[in-house]
Write a protein that binds this ligand. Structure first.
Ligand SMILES: C[C@H](O)CC(=O)C(=O)O
Ligand SMILES: [Mn+2]
Length: 341
């Protein structure tokens, strides 16, 4: 299928949210101000900013933020003029009270994220967002774990709760373009609201998958500068900008400014190159949640294990977001089994 070139593709830059995983939630006010104002000038539609695990993610389970996220949201809202400022919220991690605070600090969009089979826990948060005058979006994580029909049923719950678009996330970077096509095409065909897609690059397919999603009718595409994000990162923003521009698709992005922002502002704060090393590759291969990566590195070091072995076991057990505390249990069990051999 080829893309209707007159259709506007909305770019959602989540460097300041998914990228937060990759910098261990260490963003400072200065970094956020520089990145948010750069993204605003580049022409993205939504700038997503919060702890990597959403509002109130700062905790022993997910990792503490160096700077309170409300300070970061307020700082970004002071420099963002054209784009909409968004936050992520995982019901149970963040609450409606957190959402109200984010709104008071300038957030205009909220993506309420649930596991792909649990959309119903987002209903009250989506409704609250609308009452707060925010743009409510439903976000289904680990979308490789459910077939297209099940995803459609879950997306319909978001529609009924007032979501303005539904986003599906390849949280494990497991999907191939065919997997993306099957899911996005069905949602685009059946839903009365727009569809979005969030890729991870664990199998090196993030940009190809983002392009496939757009070609299948997704109107919202997630990206991050330099691909900065959990696991092997996300669809690299400046690459998506270049590919879409070369194909003549309408994104409203300034391709050269995006490259400069990634190179001059984001790259200097990266803690490691966003490349597909063995462990991130294993996330994609075994279908494991990308933000488990740094937790797994720490558990592997503690128990003298290869991170790959922990990830394969997490995949075998079907662990999903929110079960970060189980990584240490799995590592402990593997190390006991190793000693017994
Ligand atoms: C909380 C997660 O990091 C959300 C996300 O980006 C994904 O599922 O992928
Ligand atoms: Mn992600």
């Amino acid at each position: 299928m080829s893309l209707d070139k007159n259709r506007k593709i909305h770019i959602v830059d989540t460097t300041l949210r998914d990228g937060s995983h990759a910098v261990s939630h260490s963003y400072t006010v200065e970094q956020v101000t520089a990145i948010a104002s750069g993204l605003d000038k580049v022409g993205v539609d939504i700038i997503e900013l919060s702890h990597g695990d959403g509002l109130a993610g700062s905790s022993i389970n997910y990792g503490f933020s160096a700077t309170p996220e409300m300070e970061l949201i307020r700082a970004a809202s002071q420099v963002v003029r054209r784009a909409r400022l968004g936050v992520l919220l995982l019901p149970g991690v963040g609450t409606i009270e957190d959402l109200k605070e984010a709104r008071a600090n300038g957030a205009q969009v909220v993506r309420v994220a649930t596991h792909v089979t649990e959309a119903d826990i987002a209903i009250q948060h989506l409704k609250a967002a609308r009452e707060l005058g925010m743009m409510p979006v439903g976000f289904l994580m680990m979308a490789h774990m459910a077939p297209p029909k099940k995803i459609l049923e879950q997306a319909q719950i978001f529609v009924d709760a007032g979501a303005e678009y539904v986003n599906i996330a390849d949280s494990a970077g497991y999907m191939t373009p065919d997997d993306v096509r099957a899911r996005i095409s069905l949602l685009v065909e059946k839903l009365p609201i727009p569809v979005g897609f969030h890729a991870h690059n664990n199998l090196g397919l993030a940009v190809a998958n983002a392009l496939t999603a757009a070609e299948c009718g997704a109107d919202y595409i997630d990206v991050t500068c330099r691909g900065l994000g959990a696991g092997a990162g996300n669809a690299q923003a400046e690459v998506v900008a270049g590919v879409f521009q070369r194909l003549g698709y309408s994104t409203g992005l300034d391709f050269y400014s995006y490259m400069d922002l990634a190179e001059n502002v984001v790259e200097p704060i990266m803690q490691r190159p966003q490349i597909i090393k063995s462990a991130p590759l294993m996330l994609g291969y075994a279908g494991v949640y990308s933000s488990f990566l740094l937790h797994t590195y720490r558990a592997a070091e503690k128990f003298h294990l290869n991170p790959r072995d922990i990830l394969v076991e997490l995949g075998r057990r079907g662990m999903v977001g929110g079960q970060e505390d189980m990584i240490i249990d799995v590592a402990h069990a593997l190390s006991l089994a190793k000693t017994e051999c």
